[in-house]
Design a binder for this molecule. Structure first.
Ligand code: ADP
Ligand code: MG
Length: 329
């Protein structure tokens, strides 16, 4: 198949649909097929843009199920839009496929695009363009979304004394990678849980919408809690103190029976795609209310302090980390 056949058969979905009235709210004036897509940004909103590259055997095992790869590629990108408090609108896809390999077979592309479009439909985001080239397998997705002026959840804006929180459970991403690499023995139920946590991370749109007006700073955890929290610290010239005993660990992670390893994964493992956010003491009652009502699953794990780094304590004693997070270079 040449690149145009690939685009037409697998990625140029329902062009007529994009022009129909019900989809016109998505703002796609012109989709795949021309030199550029033409997109209409909703009035009084800002465009939120983010791009992420997934390289085979760095971000996912090349021999993974193609449908899983397609799902994960879009989900991790959507996580950035969610973390910003933006509503998903459009995405582009730059695919690099090794020539004459299984990755440009009809089978691989059919499953990859199935996973990709399942997520696109779930989050109502339209594929509007891309690029198709040959080379080592990599997938680059750029997501675009809209956020009302002044509503974005940014990394700056936290103050000394603000509480540090995370959504749901952390540490599962790194544990899942260990499971996939056969470094962590698990039973069938745990296997399924970790597989889903790795390939189907949930972009936290519901949570970030609730946190608008409550969180003073926020980001999604992709490189590891400590590494990512360091960005929040840097933006406000502050440090952070984390209470390791309060890190929310999933029942599946706890059941692997190595609490020290689990905590280290929660602190410095990557791929969790949960939100880390800060909340001022004045706003804490509002957060507590959302948690008590069961609308938001979040845990206070520390506070912003004077300093310039992230410190960890276990029951009041220093807890040292050899590695803070994933670094490419
Ligand atoms: P150009 O040569 O003008 O850059 P291309 O020939 O690369 O355009 O692509 C033709 C059209 O197909 C463009 O609209 C482009 O955005 C789209 N496209 C190319 N690859 C992909 C892809 N993997 N997914 C979605 N759209 C794609
Ligand atoms: Mg062109």
């Amino acid at each position: 198949m040449n690149e145009f056949q690939i685009i037409k058969q697998f990625f140029q979905r329902e062009p007529a649909d994009l022009l129909s009235e019900e989809k016109s709210h998505s703002g796609v004036v012109l989709g795949i097929g021309d030199d550029c897509a033409l997109l209409q940004i909703p009035p009084h909103k800002q465009l939120a843009v983010s791009v992420d590259t997934l390289v085979a055997d760095v971000h996912f095992p090349a021999n993974a199920n193609a449908e899983d790869i397609g799902e994960r590629a879009l989900r991790v990108n959507l996580s950035d839009l969610a973390a910003m408090g933006a509503e998903p609108l459009w995405f582009t896809l730059a695919l690099t496929l090794p020539k004459n390999s299984e990755f440009c077979s009809e089978d691989w592309l059919r499953f990859f695009s199935r996973g990709l479009f399942r997520v696109a439909n779930e989050f109502n985001i339209a594929l509007v363009g891309g690029d198709t080239t040959s080379g080592p397998l990599s997938i680059t997705i750029q997501v675009m979304g809209a956020v009302a002026n002044h509503d974005a959840l940014r990394r700056d804006g936290t103050s000394i004394g603000d509480f540090i929180c995370v959504t749901n459970f952390i540490g599962d991403g790194a544990a899942a990678l260990a499971v996939i690499q056969h470094k962590l023995p698990v039973n069938d139920e745990q296997q399924e849980y970790f597989h889903n946590r790795f390939y189907r991370p949930t972009p936290r749109f519901i949570e970030s919408t609730l946190l608008r007006g409550i969180a003073s700073a926020a980001l999604d955890i992709s490189d590891g809690l400590v590494a990512d929290l360091t960005h929040i610290c840097a933006e406000s010239d502050l440090g952070a103190l984390l209470d390791v005993e309060n890190l929310p660990l999933s029942p599946a992670l706890i059941s692997t029976n190595n609490i020290d390893q689990a905590r280290r994964w929660a602190l410095s493992g990557g791929d969790d795609y949960e939100l880390c956010f800060t909340v001022s003491p004045e706003k804490m009652p509002e957060l507590a209310m959302l948690i008590a009502q069961g609308k938001l699953h979040a845990t206070v794990i520390g506070e912003m302090v004077a300093g310039a780094s992230v410190m960890c304590e276990l029951n009041g004693k220093p807890f040292l980390l050899e590695q803070q997070g994933y670094q490419h270079f």
